[in-house]
Ligand binder design. Structure first.
Ligand code: GTP
Ligand code: MG
Length: 210
């Protein structure tokens, strides 16, 4: 096949609109409009809400905070009126009150199980500066068992040197590389935009095949 110069082989999602739609504390709060979902998962404070903002080029759409546990509900963002970004509450931060930690399992696992068939891809965020935690590994295994495909994103990569980034990528690949449902790994920064193009490539792919 001859591809004309400048032609693109695949369609890329262009963000025409992104809107906050709902914060769900229980299933009945969830929007019922159809559409595939990209869900963002990871430890409290790892940078889920910040990543959503930079991917959408919308600085303040998702609320971010230096206090872990900012996002305690399931937050729905409607993109191009066709698909969803879903910002899930973070897990595993010692300073988050016990009742919030107890609520996490039923809320997030329940959500993932109920919406499994609508999920085009999960984005599992881990802090690039540290080895993935036991809970990060458990989350990966959980997604594996649930049959949900996921992309691993190492966040806050702006805080690492070139060597640190290589080391981090290697660790992430070692921990998640064998998993059948892990579609790839990307290092990212919500401060300087590193990795966002690569992440979008994976999201495009997942949304196209979904
Ligand atoms: N240097 C740096 N800081 C970041 C990056 N991403 C997030 N942060 C900071 O990390 C803190 C937490 O970011 P959030 O996006 O609120 O994290 P979250 O995962 O949504 O946190 P919860 O909602 O509490 O689960 C904030 O102070 C952000 O400014 C990044 O790529 N680089
Ligand atoms: Mg958040």
């Amino acid at each position: 096949m001859t591809v004309p110069r400048g032609a693109r082989l695949r369609i890329e999602v262009k963000i025409e609109s992104s809107d906050f739609v709902a914060s769900a504390y229980k299933p009945s709060d969830e929007p019922t409009r159809p559409g595939r979902q990209i869900v963002f998962l990871g430890r409290s404070n790892v940078g889920k809400s910040s990543l959503i903002n930079i991917l959408l080029g919308a600085k303040k759409l998702a609320r971010t905070s230096s206090t872990p546990g900012r996002t305690q509900s399931v937050n729905f963002y409607r993109i191009n009126d066709t698909f969803w970004f879903v910002d899930l509450p973070g897990y595993g931060f010692a300073k988050v009150p016990q009742e919030v930690r107890d609520a996490w399992g039923p809320m997030v696992e329940g959500f993932l199980q109920r919406r499994r068939d609508d999920i085009a891809l999960a984005v599992l965020l881990v802090d690039a500066r540290h080895d993935p935690t036991g809970l990060d590994r458990t989350m990966g295994e959980w997604l594996e068992t649930a049959g949900i495909r996921y992309l691993v994103v190492g966040t806050k990569a702006d805080k690492l040197s070139g060597n640190g980034r290589s080391r981090s990528m290697k660790t992430i690949r070692t921990v998640f590389g064998e998993a059948a449902n892990a579609v790839g790994a990307v290092l990212a920064s919500s401060k300087n935009g590193l990795g966002t193009r690569d992440i979008w490539k994976h999201l495009d792919q997942a949304l196209l095949v979904a």
